[in-house]
Design a binder for this molecule. Structure first.
Ligand SMILES: [Zn+2]
Length: 142
């Protein structure tokens, strides 16, 4: 088991992905929507792993919504970093984390595959996230 740790610049938002995969075997995606490109987002997830998202100060997180409004994009209000996103599907939370906020800016994960999701319906998006995102928990400490 390996753990991949990510944190925003100020440390308010933290994510840990537990996985059996080696770094070079992680599937890295670069969603090509405007929001993700503005952050140069490279998404990490493992449907067989676990992700813990922790927020130290809940007053300093922006749950940004756009598009179909199904996903919480978690942005730190203090430092402006985008740590990742979560969505609940069928009673379970699923998440992705931003490889750029991990050790060495995530170079160990290699190149990201460009992905275009904008043609998908809401149901298709939920099904894709349930299949490929990481089962997650979100804890707000204060
Ligand atoms: Zn921050």
């Amino acid at each position: 088991m390996a753990t991949i740790n990510g944190r925003c610049h100020c440390g308010n938002l933290q994510a840990t992905l537990t996985t059996e995969k080696a770094p070079q075997d992680m599937w890295l995606r670069a969603c090509q929507c405007d929001f993700c490109r503005s952050h140069n987002m490279r998404s990490l997830s493992d449907c067989d792993g676990r992700m813990e998202m922790r927020i130290k100060d809940g007053s300093q997180v922006n749950r940004y919504h756009f598009g179909l409004g199904m996903v919480d994009f978690l942005i730190c209000k203090s430092c402006g970093n985008y740590i990742g996103a979560v969505q609940e599907v069928d009673g379970q939370l699923y998440g992705i984390m931003n490889a750029n906020l991990t050790e060495n800016r995530g170079v160990q994960f290699g190149e990201a595959e460009q992905k275009f999701y904008e043609e998908e319906t809401g149901d298709q998006r939920s099904a894709r996230r349930k299949a490929f995102w990481t089962p997650a928990t979100l804890t707000i400490e204060a």
